[in-house]
Design a binder for this molecule. Structure first.
Ligand SMILES: [Mg+2]
Length: 101
């Protein structure tokens, strides 16, 4: 995923936005995801004609968040695979019995 994003940024996107801009964009995209969640799973009601395909909207907004996360990881030298693996290991070890009843 990170390579695909980098390829697009380098060839079509004309380079990365600054880290601060991408942080703002991550917040924006997270808000868009929250907007869909609030209307599909929460108590908010979509306006007429809005969210005609909630599943597609949800998928797109999750992908938008992932895209910006890939940008931030790429420009700060973070491997999302390594970071995820480390987090998974931590959760497996630290939380081994945490949620057992
Ligand atoms: Mg979006």
């Amino acid at each position: 995923m990170q390579k695909a994003v980098d390829q697009w940024i380098q060839t079509i996107g004309n380079g990365y936005f600054s880290e601060l801009t991408n942080m703002a964009l991550l917040t924006e995209e997270t808000g868009e995801l929250a907007r869909v969640i609030a209307r599909v799973y929460g108590d908010q009601v979509a306006k007429p004609g809005d969210l005609t395909d909630p599943r597609k909207n949800l998928s797109e907004e999750i992908a938008d968040v992932l895209w910006v996360l890939c940008c931030l990881a790429n420009q700060t030298g973070i491997s999302l695979q390594e970071a995820f693996d480390a987090t998974l290991r931590k959760k497996i070890e630290r939380d081994a019995t945490r949620f057992t009843k």
